[in-house]
Design a protein around this ligand. Structure first.
Ligand SMILES: C[S@@+](CC[C@H](N)C(=O)[O-])C[C@H]1O[C@@H](n2cnc3c(N)ncnc32)[C@H](O)[C@@H]1O
Length: 198
């Protein structure tokens, strides 16, 4: 269902952009890449194919299991660790850290600072931290985005709604509702997450 809901993404194009940013902004050769809140690690096989080592961290055991199954099916070795992006450490420093789909899931300024401190320790000096869709220069309140995607006889309708929780703290709540239809039956999944905006 995750792949269908996000199948509007062009992961190959995104990996191309990551490589352009590496060539433009890193000051050291990039060998190891770390993805924060990696979910099923959709970029990992393409990054591995281009010669990088890949490590991903996520708190969701289910997402990591899905990523490991994809990695085994494609025979692309990668390191997937259960860890929180506010407090993690890695055995080896990386030269690029990245986070996509606005997955910087922190709820307070304190959490945000803890996250940046952990990334600073994981990243070699001269490396790059790439944040995609994580910086919002205008309030997100009232934003509603929907997408409808299909694969075979399965249809997935995803809606993301935002509301302000605390304007002074730049804290918003995002609610994701996914309705999947297959065999004529609807299955609904919903979750709400608070984000401290930057
Ligand atoms: C929408 S998914 C995006 C996954 C991936 N970045 C992508 O582009 O496909 C958001 C992910 O953030 C993870 N997540 C949420 N809070 C987290 C935290 N505190 N530390 C690490 N991962 C977290 C969730 O488990 C989920 O896999």
């Amino acid at each position: 269902m995750y792949e269908i809901a996000f199948s509007y993404r062009n992961v190959e194009y995104e990996v191309g952009v990551i490589e352009q940013l590496i060539s433009r902004y890193t000051q050291v050769p990039v060998r190891r890449i770390l993805e924060l809140a990696c979910g099923p690690a959709v970029h990992a096989p393409l990054l591995r194919a281009r010669g990088y080592e890949y490590a991903g961290i996520d708190t969701s055991v289910g997402m990591l299991a899905h990523g490991r199954a994809r990695s085994a099916a494609r025979q692309t070795p990668m390191t997937l660790l259960a860890a929180d992006l506010r407090a993690f450490s890695l055995p080896h420093a990386c030269q690029l850290a990245f986070i996509t789909l606005g997955s910087l899931c922190v709820e307070s300024t304190c959490d945000l600072q803890a996250h940046f401190a952990a990334v600073a320790l994981a990243l070699e000096s001269g490396g790059l931290y790439l944040l995609e869709s994580c910086v919002n220069c205008a309030p997100n309140a009232g934003r509603v985005e929907s997408s409808q995607m299909g694969a075979g006889s399965t249809l997935v309708d995803a809606t993301c709604e935002c509301r302000t929780v605390d304007a002074a703290e730049q804290l918003i709540e995002e609610r994701l509702t996914v309705i999947a239809t297959w065999d004529g039956q609807q299955h609904q999944y919903s979750e709400a997450a608070r984000r401290r905006q930057i």
